[in-house]
Design a protein around this ligand. Structure first.
Ligand code: KG4
Ligand code: ZN
Length: 359
């Protein structure tokens, strides 16, 4: 089965073709991503109207390119999958309508995919792992710990009650005068800094519930920066190092509790896995901490290649391919949803994913 995937939920326009064989193994035939970072950079964040317009302008070309790179035409596609949420509504409309139109014109089954499910199922494509496993999704719009029990069976163990982790990196960078997106800039500065000069709070550390909170940390950075003004390069580096150290300690605490929770829920899983996804997974210090934690606790640590950790359409095509094996296709009256929790049972948390823009 070959599936065309389309992703337009935030600031990446993407199209991909993925193949899934009868054994459930997958292969990426093409994976085209066009980032809009440059268009949003002057504003220090994603501007929804600019994003939607940019998707309209390039999506048809990207779909053609994905087909070309896979050496296929639309006739060779067995199904179409497009992100239907969560994300920025303008962009979602563009991708969903395009996907539906292609599927309708070609009389192909259509799958409306939850973007978070795309992230959640990626390790089954890249590393062929079995259910159940743990997923830590840390991106510009989401920070969630999810128990992936089976296809369509997801339990959110924890989520942020305020800012997403990538957002905290971006806001910290902005406060310190570093460019957007801030994550890589903060990481670079932190490498040169002294992490011991300042001590910043470790929000939620030690708490039984598995949620995250980053807005207090950001406020602490703001207060610290204000007292030091004007900031020297050394000050900026030291604050970044202290910020990253606080984030690493917090993640360490939250994740180690989640690993314990997994063991309690699934005592019979011989070699459990923790998967990370989202742009923040690019951070080397955080990755190294998680890797160490996993090896200490007997977990396998899986970090898909960076281009599949960040937003892409291969994960959407793959989620469509997995669903196609088990469930009927969606009907064409399905609507895009700016909010669409992966775990419908979990009560929404006040403030969580407020921005709702990026996943
Ligand atoms: O998953 P992603 O590419 O896009 C969406 O959020 O949709 O994640 C982007 C986020 C941004 O907030 C960016 O600052 C952060 O990931 N990020 C990083 C690093 N690289 C990207 N955060 C920390 N360290 C990095 N090296
Ligand atoms: Zn995402």
């Amino acid at each position: 089965m070959r599936v065309l995937g389309i992703e337009t939920s935030c600031d990446e326009t993407a199209a991909a073709i993925v193949e899934r064989d009868a054994d459930g193994h997958g292969r990426i035939l093409s994976n085209v991503v066009l980032s809009q970072i440059e268009e949003h950079a002057p504003y220090g964040g994603v501007v929804p109207e600019i994003a939607a317009r940019a998707h309209v302008e390039v999506l048809d070309r990207l779909v053609s390119q994905a087909l070309q790179e896979a050496h296929m035409t639309l006739d060779d596609v067995d199904a179409v999958a497009a992100t239907a949420g969560p994300g920025l509504i303008g962009g979602l409309i563009v991708g969903l309508m395009t996907g539906k139109a292609i599927a309708m014109a070609g009389r192909k089954p259509f799958f409306a995919i939850n973007h978070l499910e795309g992230h959640a199922l990626t390790p089954r494509l890249t590393d062929r792992i079995d259910f159940p496993y743990l997923l830590l999704l840390v991106s510009g719009g989401h920070t969630q710990m999810v128990l992936v029990k089976g296809l369509g069976d997801y339990e959110r163990l924890g989520t942020t009650v305020d800012d997403a982790l990538g957002e905290a990196f971006d806001k910290t960078a902005k406060l310190l005068g570093l460019p957007y997106p801030g994550g890589p800039e903060v990481e670079k500065a932190a490498l040169l800094g002294d992490r011991a000069r300042f001590t910043l709070p470790r929000p939620m550390k030690g708490e039984e519930r598995l949620d995250f909170s980053f807005s207090g940390l950001k406020t602490a950075v703001r207060q610290l920066a204000t007292t030091l003004e004007p900031l020297s390069q050394t000050d900026v580096n030291d604050i970044c190092a202290a910020f990253q150290a606080a984030v690493a300690d917090t993640l360490d605490d939250r994740v180690s509790r989640s690993l314990m929770r997994f063991r309690q829920s699934f005592p019979d899983v011989f070699e459990p896995s923790l998967v990370v996804a989202g742009g923040v997974a690019a951070n080397k210090e955080l990755r190294a901490r998680l890797q160490r934690l996993c090896s200490d606790d007997g977990f396998r640590f899986i970090a898909p290649p960076m281009e599949l950790c960040t937003d892409n359409a291969a994960m959407i095509a793959w989620a469509g391919a997995e669903r196609a094996g088990f469930a009927p296709a969606d009907t064409f009256d399905i609507a895009p949803r700016s909010r669409w929790p992966l775990d419908m049972q979990s009560a929404p948390l006040i403030g969580a994913g407020r921005r709702g823009a990026k996943a």
